[in-house]
Design a protein around this ligand. Sequence first.
Ligand code: ADP
Ligand code: MG
Length: 718
Amino acid sequence: MTTSDSETSEPSGPTLSTTIATLPGMSRARAGRLAKLGLRTVQDLLFLFPRDYERPAPPAKVDELRDGEPASLLGAITDTEITSRTPGKSVFGAIVENASGAIRILFFNQAFRADQLTLGRRVIISGSPRLNGLRWEFVHPKVTLLDVTEKLPEPRMMAIYPLTEGVKQAELRNLAETYLSLTSKLSEVMPASLRAAAAERLRERGIQVFGDLPPIDEALRQLHLPDNEILMMTARTRLVFQELFVMQLALAMKRRRSTTNLHAPPLPSSAMIDARITNRLPFTLTGDQRLAIDEIRADMSRQFPMNRLLQGDVGSGKTVVAVYAMMLAVAGGHQAVLMAPTEVLARQHFQTLSEMLEGSRVRIGLLCGSLSAGDRRDVFTRTANGEIDLLIGTQALLYGDIEFHRLGLCVVDEQHKFGVNQRVQLRSGGLDPHSLVMSATPIPRSIAMTMFGDVELSTIREKPPGRGKINTYLSHDGWKDRWWSFVRERLDEGRQAFVVAPRVSAAEDQDVEAEDVSSVETVYEDLCNGALSDYRVGLLHGRMSNDEKQAIMQSFAAGRTQVLVSTTVIEVGINVPNATVMTIMGGQRFGLAQLHQLRGRVARGAHAGHVCVFTDGERSPDENERLKVFEQTDDGFELAEADFRLRGPGDLLGRKQSGMPPMRIADLNRDVEILAVARAMAQELIDEDPELDAEDVAALRDQMIRRYGKRMDLGDAA
Ligand code: ADP
Ligand code: MG
């Protein structure tokens, strides 16, 4: 193409919206292949983000060369030889020398090299060396000729794009380079002031950002043709930030709208109320418990409903925080309800609360599936009359048509058991109650900031004082005898033990080989007739009637039963501080979160806990990996992060449930700090300008509506 050609074609040349199929020199077949990468228009091409970069190695020294490993070397030609000039058989060799030593380069059938690589010439040689005798040899290396005075060219980073069948790197690099100038036609979404402020905040968080976040055209140029690492990273950060910021704007707007549309009874606290409540608690609150309580107090004093998730590892002491909130509701003349996933747990809560509130005027009721019709009706009536202040129960509560006198607070315990989207739908007197949801499955920060974007989060990381340490062992069948003798020793010392298996009976599950999976029934038989025949062993599983389960649990809690063989029914909430040993059979059948929950059952008292995991049959490496992580850490937050990593992006956010579109450039695992900045800044912007009416954020608003408007019910694209 001549100069005049390109000049005359300029006005009608390609634009951002030009389809790739109509670009000069583009065949239909080629356009079809590019379409498989999602590339339809020139704009798509500019937003095709490289997945990585080729980084040319810096010039090496001769003694650093390794056989077959690509390297570059700077030096001067000190000797040349032409072994043969016969056309088709010519061989040209040269010695390249620098302060670190000398190497040989060889070319076959490239006679022109003799004229190019003359004595004294400075060159950069790049290729894969082979040791030939005592000398390193580069056959057909890439040669860069340098002038005598010329400075070394910076080795250039090259984008590596995602590919598809029939599309080559070089082709994408060419296309990107050819149309890069069109980035100047893109409209800027992030105003300069925002880019400057964001850069500042990101640096405060320790993220490397060079200068302000660049405008969109500069950012894309640095992504496709980076000048250097830091500029490329800054450009990437800009695009990641933008993507996350737009999402967080949507979430913040959603949060804001949902709170201002709903009304709840304000339940303010005072120093006196606070003192009265804390005096009732049987111990001094930990720092994290106090923080969570203060966050809850602030929320509950407002006239729109609190929507707070309290997360804390098993045994971190979430219950008292809930008790505090419930008493605050009662102090404000309202009722509170506490829902637990199982009847066992509901009864346990009922007991704990009854003890804590003994001698107070607070009236507590229990509602669960096994109540007689009469008792049930009685609880209903007293709740509706306001004769019950605190109602504790199971999901039965959710489904009955229960009426409250003045409901002020709804607490859901072990929320992960209810499923993600099951919001409580209890209203009373035209108002929505404040809502506190508790979970022992810690959520990785990135997920907490996205999926739960419209929920505020309180976290308890600190364990209550005086906890015994938990020891976790991964074991195999060969060690069973030793393990059971260890268990017997603990039992003889007066401790109690759990044994957990994944299934009730051997014949339960059709899709797995029955013999391959431990079942509580077979484990129970084996132990009663073998390793633990001298001890009082009980059996518990979900197929038993409530009465049976109740009796067995009580017997274990009272210490009459020494060993409880059980399915994961015990996973939830059971509190028997004297139980310090747990054996998990078929460990590979449990998820990390579940294993961790189970382990929490033996860390309730002052004695050290011991957990031993056995696996059934062959272990797959993946399961091994999971179990290894489980063995290595007992910090629930670390486990959650690890689980998130191991399960990979496929499980990201449980995307189906959250309805979030996939991220295009942000990686929620890696970019969690950028996410935190984006979230904070989005919240500030929405606080200032709730509907994003300001002129300079109009483009941001448009982008947000296009991406999230429908999904999050924020409105439709204009
Ligand atoms: P979870 O977070 O698993 O629901 P719980 O609320 O059941 O934990 O608390 C576990 C145990 O720790 C309970 O026996 C509880 O009484 C005790 N506990 C909670 N907070 C404290 C504290 N601040 N000091 C001492 N013990 C505490
Ligand atoms: Mg609990």
